[in-house]
Design a binder for this molecule. Structure first.
Ligand SMILES: Cc1cc2nc3c(=O)[nH]c(=O)nc-3n(C[C@H](O)[C@H](O)[C@H](O)COP(=O)(O)OP(=O)(O)OC[C@H]3O[C@@H](n4cnc5c(N)ncnc54)[C@H](O)[C@@H]3O)c2cc1C
Length: 422
């Protein structure tokens, strides 16, 4: 089934595939938020940049996701303070907040029409989590000068979600949501307008160093470049074996219902915000511009995406909205994201600095991956130190290494998914 996003995209920018040999300063592999924003910022700086995308622009997670523009990192600040110390935790918070603001700046600067709207709430599915959420909101208010986040009590959260399945939780009015594919295509258009070259249907098979330059090979062409940027995230597979034990690809799924009647819209989302709940396997949902419920949830680790997505997602959806049982589902799709063991983005230089890589945003890539492009471009242009700051944070390998990481994680994730239910 097609995705709602591709059915409602507002920019068409088909690009040719690479059919010859070209030279560039930088060759970016991967045409999602990371690769496209890297290309945009490099092109703006007058750098000759080529993007090679295996399929079509934003055909990976960037064109398929929940559209939630979150702040901070995937792990909360209290956990980061405990594990990395207060100073590093603060730096990570600032990077996460800058990433969130950067998404809005990109949208404004390039007039990207992507239904940007403010507000994400995090409802708790268990009463016992509420005290912790309240304390966390107070912590952010007090120690991070963050006044946009408030605690919504049980009644308020039930009004916001229109669901009896939730208790209270946090509500951040500065976080946002958008049409993720139109956001990505807007970045691609801006990159092209600034002189970047993008080749679609140009999967990179390998790269190597030859005569001091990186030679990047596709089936029908090659790019000779000073440096390579790896921006493949959940789709990296074995292209760079040095990275594969550090990130774990994971499939996640979304459905779109038929457009809802006005009274249903008013009942389930009167403020038109996005939600991401407290489950380990997070349920996330919001309305589309044409008032469909876009509901995401359910994940697995198989090589290929499931070809039977609807039951995977409608099961949790009907627990939260029993009155939507049996509603017509018009679209169902999925994508691959990449997580790291510490749930922090993984930045690294490889091959004596000839290859720069950023992946593993752990479900927070709408803001972080598009900001990663700026961080990478700044590193290449020798301005800013955020790449090194991130690269200096140790990223542990998954237990079991490259071959067994999936099975060991499956066991761990199954355990936490079970805790969600009891
Ligand atoms: C269903 C789903 C829901 C999500 N919801 C959210 C959310 O609400 N909020 C949030 O912040 N994050 C969310 N995420 C995560 C977010 O989408 C990603 O973190 C982000 O899109 C990563 O961007 P990227 O550019 O690094 O990777 P991608 O967008 O995946 O792009 C990587 C690209 O590399 C290409 N590629 C791979 N190998 C090669 C090769 N050898 N040669 C050429 N090209 C190659 C792929 O085709 C792909 O287009 C979600 C992800 C999924 C799947």
């Amino acid at each position: 089934m097609q995705s709602y996003y591709s059915a409602s995209k507002n920019i068409d920018i088909a690009q040719a595939s690479l059919r010859n040999e070209v030279s560039a300063d930088i060759c970016v592999i991967g045409g999602g938020y990371t690769g496209l924003s890297t290309a945009l910022y490099l092109a703006k700086n007058g750098i000759n940049v080529v993007v090679l995308e295996a399929n079509t622009i934003a055909s990976g997670a960037s064109g398929a996701n929940g559209g939630q523009i979150s702040g901070g990192m995937r792990r909360d600040q209290i956990h980061l303070e405990k594990t990395l110390g207060k100073a590093v935790a603060k730096t990570l918070w600032v990077i996460g907040e800058r990433a969130k603001d950067h998404a809005k700046t990109l949208i404004d600067d390039h007039q990207i029409e992507c239904d940007y709207k403010n507000g994400i709430a995090h409802p708790n599915h268990k009463q016992k989590y509420c005290d912790e959420s309240k304390a966390y909101v107070e912590h952010l208010n007090k120690h991070y000068d963050c006044s946009d986040i408030v605690y919504a009590g049980d009644d308020q959260m039930r009004t916001l979600t229109g669901s009896e399945a939730y208790f209270g939780g946090s509500y951040d009015r500065a976080q946002a949501h958008c049409h993720p594919l139109n956001y990505a295509l807007g970045i691609a258009k801006a990159a092209l307008n600034n002189g970047a070259n993008i080749y679609e249907n140009s999967a990179v098979n390998s790269y190597h160093l030859k005569n001091g330059k990186m030679r990047v090979l596709t089936a029908n062409g090659a790019v000779n470049a000073e440096r390579v940027v790896l921006a493949c995230n959940g789709y990296l597979e074995n292209l760079e074996p040095k990275l594969t034990s550090k990130i774990l690809p994971m499939n996640n799924y979304i459905v779109a219902t038929k457009p809802l009647a006005d009274d249903m819209v008013e009942k389930i989302n009167p403020e038109d915000i996005a939600f991401a709940d407290s489950r380990f396997v997070v349920n996330y949902f919001r309305l589309s511009a044409d008032k469909r419920l876009l509901f995401g949830g359910g994940e697995n680790y198989s090589q290929n995406l499931s070809n039977n997505i609807v039951p995977i997602v409608t099961k949790p959806m009907e627990k939260i909205y029993p009155f939507l049982k049996g509603i017509q589902i018009d679209y169902a799709w999925g994508g691959k994201l990449a997580i790291t063991l510490n749930r922090l983005p993984f930045f690294k230089t490889l091959h004596s600095g000839k290859v720069l890589s950023a992946q593993g945003y752990s479900g927070q890539g709408v803001a972080l991956a598009s900001f990663a492009g700026k961080i990478i471009a700044d590193k290449i242009c020798d301005v800013g130190d955020m790449f090194d700051t991130m690269a200096n944070i140790p990223t542990p390998s998954f237990p079991g290494g490259r071959l067994l990481r999936s099975s060991s994680m499956k066991i761990g994730m199954a355990y936490y998914a079970l805790l969600d239910r009891i």
